[in-house]
Design a protein around this ligand. Structure first.
Ligand code: GLN
Length: 304
């Protein structure tokens, strides 16, 4: 499989470079608006312990909402099934930063991957700890998953988001008013912005995803039952209001971020990371989504 996989990655990268439309970089976080648009990298960590890549596979990028996968794993470890009293597990059908649904549903966010739900998840990780300790735990989890202690949080990105994060402040304040935040909104959001500002390359992100690939030799950071549940939520909610479309076209559990990264899991076989900073209208990487579809088809990877 290794030759076929490497060939597929190279041809997918080649096709990406030819694209006429690379999408648009996120501008609501000014630090992200500075990232050059025409970049593309892809990497696959296999169950056999190999790592394949093509394109800008060593360039660090802001993982943004992909961090919600690691935060969910940690929060479930902390609170267990109690977490589901504070956040649901249904697709939202709304944008990642939607406010309107939260009021209708009395401050219980639809799922842990939209912003409101991720703020609750982070709040759970933070409860009873200093923000520095909570962030160190999250970073420790990610570093253990990758097997690389050099992974860091980009403080400039976190500060840039804080300065412009008015929608997230609205969500957090409303959650607090509903009694669904344990910490002051400012503290929870400070932690959330730093969590989103974790930086990784696609090689590192593919390695990080191995904890969700149920195969011998993969880092075991969560139980098998929890792995299955996290992947199910990635499948149904990982791409916001385009989650159905991602399932339709790619057929794998995946999670996107506005930095242009996507992590997808091929259960039992591989963890795939792709990055291209230009986004489509749903806020998911345009070329990244297309590349995932091509790779899944080329390798006949699907959960169906
Ligand atoms: N930090 C970003 C935000 O809260 C994450 C959103 C995303 O990646 N979709 O807006």
């Amino acid at each position: 499989m290794s030759e076929r996989l490497q060939d597929a990655l190279l041809s997918i990268e080649g096709e990406a470079r030819e694209a006429e439309d690379w999408g648009r970089v996120a501008t609501y976080i000014p630090e992200l608006a500075r990232v050059p648009l025409k970049q593309f990298g892809i990497a696959v960590a296999t169950a056999e312990g190999e790592l394949f890549s093509a394109g800008e596979a060593d360039t660090g990028f802001s993982i943004q909402s992909v961090s919600k996968v690691f935060a969910l794993a940690l929060a479930l470890g902390r609170a267990g099934d109690q977490l589901w009293t504070r956040v649901g597990r249904e697709p939202s059908g709304s944008a990642f930063n939607s406010i309107v649904q939260l009021e209708y549903e009395r401050g219980i966010p639809r799922n842990p991957f939209i912003n409101a739900g991720a703020i609750v998840t982070t709040d759970e990780i933070l409860a009873g700890r200093q923000p520095k300790v909570a962030l160190a735990e999250l970073l420790g989890f990610v570093r253990a998953a990758v097997g690389d202690d050099s992974i860091f949080i980009n403080d400039a990105v976190a500060a840039s988001e804080r300065a412009h994060g008015h929608r997230n402040f609205a969500l957090a304040n409303f959650l607090y008013a509903c009694g669904n935040l344990k910490n002051p909104p400012d503290l929870t959001l400070g932690t959330y912005f730093h969590q989103c500002a974790i930086e990784m390359s696609v090689k590192q992100l593919a390695l990080a995803g191995r904890f969700l690939v149920a195969a011998p030799g993969m880092p075991r950071l969560v139980s098998r039952a929890r792995m299955r549940r996290i992947c199910a939520i990635m499948m149904t909610c990982g791409h916001y209001d385009a989650s159905g479309d991602f399932a339709f076209h790619v057929g794998l559990p995946g999670k996107s971020g506005v930095g242009g990264g996507i992590l997808a899991i091929v259960p039992g076989q591989a963890s795939v990371a792709v990055w291209s900073p230009g986004l489509n209208a749903n806020g998911n990487s345009k070329l990244g989504t297309e590349a995932m579809e091509r790779l899944a088809r080329a390798m006949d990877w699907t959960v169906f």
